[in-house]
Design a protein around this ligand. Structure first.
Ligand code: 9MG
Length: 272
């Protein structure tokens, strides 16, 4: 009997950051061009979904005004829509950005706040698109200062269950909900590893599970490598997450992850 849980519908979500620090030196136009080129490359590399974000979520990151976030993300969504039907996720927590993004062609709202910020749950319900609800302890500014849990798996699971209930109560149908344990968002390395080991338990929530560990600090700390040398570590955890029950992997290195996951999918097709 197999102890693996490989989703028959495993997908790769490619990360497209439009924050200026994601691209060298450029101003707004250079950022747009770089982000569009990057999006085209991810599509060619086999991404199933693009996740477009205009506000950094790194620990300690500075919040961005709505106008700036819109300026970074909306023209890019419009430009991608002119060349591709790929599902587009908007990584935002602002109702105004959600509305403009869906209007421009986005199909999914990725909320690191699990739609807890004012007006966001109502906006997402009204827009009628799927949502990703992520767990985070604290805020992006402070979350890595001293994360504490009695039982990280139980607490993350309870939180996600309560946000799924809130989404259902707001009128978002269950088939439009994705849950995410939020690797690196208010968690130590031990918390992240415990959650990874227990990913299968989160499937009891009854919705698809998204996992995002690509290039994150936990890999950097374990391997003692800077962000640009975390490819192999990122591929390893993507494969582990896929074998432990994740349905969607949010990654930077799409081509490499698509190949790695093709091997996992092949294993999933083998009957025991
Ligand atoms: C925006 N963002 C950065 N990391 C993420 C993660 O792990 N999950 C989701 N849903 N979004 C993330």
């Amino acid at each position: 009997m197999s102890r693996l849980t490989i989703s028959p519908d495993l997908r790769v979500m490619g990360v497209v950051n439009t924050t200026p620090d994601s691209f060298s030196d450029g101003g707004q136009f250079e950022c747009f061009e770089s982000a569009l080129d990057h999006s085209k490359r991810l599509i060619e590399a086999g991404a199933d979904i693009l996740d477009i974000g205009g506000e950094s979520t790194r620990p300690g990151a500075r919040p961005v005004e709505e106008a700036e976030e819109r300026e970074r993300t909306i023209p890019l969504i419009q430009a991608i829509r002119e060349i591709s039907n790929i599902p587009i996720s908007i990584d935002t927590n602002k109702p105004g950005v959600m509305r403009a993004a869906v209007d421009a062609g986005a199909n999914l709202i990725n909320s690191i706040w699990a739609l807890r910020l004012p007006g966001s749950l109502e906006a997402a319900a009204e827009l009628g698109v799927p949502v990703c609800l992520m767990h985070m302890q604290g805020t992006p500014e402070t979350m890595q200062q001293n994360p504490v849990y009695d039982d990280v798996v139980a607490e993350v699971k309870d939180f996600l269950a309560s946000r799924i209930d809130a989404a259902l109560d707001a009128g978002i149908p269950q088939e439009h909900i994705i849950a995410d344990p939020g690797f690196g968002f208010g968690k130590t390395i031990e918390h992240n590893l415990t959650l990874l080991r227990s990913l299968g338990e989160l499937r009891q929530l009854g919705v698809p599970i998204l996992a995002g560990m690509s290039r994150k600090g936990m890999i950097g700390t374990i391997l003692n490598k800077p962000v640009e040398q975390r490819l192999y570590g990122s591929l390893s955890v993507a494969v582990m997450a896929a074998m432990l029950g994740a349905d969607i992997l949010r990654v930077h290195d799409v081509a490499e992850t698509v190949d790695a996951l093709a091997m996992v999918k092949a294993l999933g097709r083998v009957s025991s």
